[in-house]
Design a protein around this ligand. Structure first.
Ligand code: ZN
Length: 336
């Protein structure tokens, strides 16, 4: 059997003919296996969804309990048979509930890793390398210029700025799933235990992380009702970056705009967005981590998707590992 008989790219996403399912389809299909809850991977409108319990919870929070005809939770490591193939889910270290999906038939195993990061993250299970014939890797930050610093050091820069600017409100842009909770947890781990103020768009997912045992400390709504303008002086306010252009952002005293994203390594992007304090914190593997992961997994072949495919394909070729780009469309991660 060729790997292409087990998984092939189609318009809807990666398709498995012998199991008749798609992985992270970008449009509604009969049977979908979902790696994680980010909007470009997890969409509403499938007939049947197989995902980790956390990913199913997150989809229900975002799309409503009726987002799919039926759902089935996959335990990590649980062997699930679908048609002529078996599938298993393994931690991807990207956001809470995120998983790599291993698809196996007649001794051939392909691992679709979705989005992943190998470095430890207190808000989700750590990435586990899974031996396989074909490793499908993301390539969001697959250029040698992308080297993410230690996240705790970036949080240190934020907290130093807060203590140096006690009259200003720090507005920290964070995507609502994963990044928000990780940044909050990192702030707590750095010893900051004052209230943190959050935009309404973050509330439900922060509550969900709390319910899963990830303590986020004293979170308060960043609303006018919560206090007069002056009350936010010296405060840290977290919200989705999209809210920073809205009236919501103007209620804070002399706001100092920050943004936590892997893209903040690109100075031009930070300037473009008017970000005064860029924090390079990413939930994706950086260049070194992509290379290290591929060396550790040691697959027979690598398929590269969503991002800068060409650079990673070239790197694999230099290592003597057969590799090719998948050219899947529709993935623009909301949680970089
Ligand atoms: Zn993602």
């Amino acid at each position: 059997m060729k790997p292409e008989d087990l998984l092939i790219p189609r318009r809807e996403g990666l398709y498995c003919p012998p199991g008749d399912f798609f992985i992270d389809p970008v449009r509604g299909v009969d049977r979908a296996l979902i790696t994680h809850g980010h909007a470009d991977h997890a969409r509403a409108g499938h007939g049947h969804v197989l995902a980790t319990a956390e990913t199913l919870d997150i989809m229900a929070i975002r799309y409503g309990a009726d987002h799919a005809g039926a759902t089935q939770p996959a335990g990590l490591g649980e062997v699930i048979r679908i048609g002529d193939v078996t599938v298993t889910f393994h931690p991807a270290g990207h956001v809470l509930g995120s998983a790599q999906i291993a698809v196996e038939r007649e001794g051939m195993r392909i691992v679709a890793s979705g989005d992943y990061k190998p470095r430890p993250d207190p808000t989700c299970a750590t990435f586990e390398p899974v031996a396989c014939d074909v490793f499908i890797t993301e390539a969001t930050f697959a250029l040698p210029v992308f080297r993410h610093p230690i996240a705790a050091d970036e949080i240190g820069r934020l907290l130093r700025s807060v203590s140096r600017n006690p009259e200003r409100a720090h507005l920290v842009g964070v995507y609502s799933l994963g990044k928000a909770q990780r940044v909050i947890r990192l702030i707590r781990d750095a010893g900051y235990h004052q209230p943190l103020y959050i935009h309404g768009a973050l509330q439900k997912l922060c509550d969900y992380y709390e319910s899963q045992g990830i303590g986020l400390g004293d979170l308060r709504p960043a609303t006018v009702a919560a206090g007069a303008k002056g009350d936010f002086a010296g405060a840290i306010v977290l919200g989705p970056p999209s809210a920073f252009g809205e009236k919501w952002a103007r209620r804070f005293p002399d706001p100092l705009v920050s943004f936590a994203s892997g893209w903040m390594q690109v100075r031009a992007r930070a300037r473009q967005r008017g970000v005064e304090l860029p924090l390079v914190i990413s939930d994706h593997a950086d260049w070194d981590e992509l290379a290290e992961t591929i060396k550790t997994v040691a697959p027979g072949e690598v398929w590269v998707t969503h991002g800068r495919e060409e650079a990673l394909v070239r790197w694999c070729a230099m290592q003597g590992i057969p590799a090719r780009p998948l050219h899947l469309v529709g993935y623009e991660d909301e949680g970089d």
